[in-house]
Design a protein around this ligand. Sequence first.
Ligand code: GRF
Length: 201
Amino acid sequence: MEKLAVLVSGSGTNLQAILDAAAADPDFGAEVVVVISDRAEVRALERAESAGVPAVVVPWNRDRATHTGAICDVAQEYGATAMVLAGYMRVLHAEAIRRFPDRILNIHPALLPSFPGTHGVAEALEYGVKVSGVTVHFVDEHVDHGPIIAQRVVPVLSGDTEDDLHARIHEQEHVLFPEVVKAFAHGRLHVEGRRVEWREP
Ligand code: GRF
């Protein structure tokens, strides 16, 4: 059984999707052992508490290496074997990759390598793309850059606001992220350079 530390900063709808999938699917192969947030009083922490999962706040302390070390320490104290970034708005230091090599997943609300960074949804809309989407990838030492595991395309519709497009992206995220976490937990994802091969279970 894969034991997940889920890192959050906000509403936690992706966390909820993973918690729900783990609860509903006896073959999910992963459980959330701790939720770690960089800020208190976010909805994601309430979701953790409602699910009976320990929730820990590790406040941002301006030093990326120390902050990352503290997060990895908490994750390992709770027995985590992998980390899942579900709307986590901080960049981790490379120390995290050393401690969890090919074992950190991130979800990004655009089709990488287009529109990396914090404002991916707004920037895709401003650029005028007709499709955007969702990317789930392994985390490496660069922002929104590691090997891509899965992507889903989401259309941009006439008159979309950032909220409209993000809502449509969120719907796809909530399906895709649990699917990827399950595949990861079943050992189906094989990283070969930049390419991730999905193997049969
Ligand atoms: C998601 O759109 C995710 O792709 C991005 O941040 C958002 C988090 O949403 N990294 P939530 O907190 O899971 O609701």
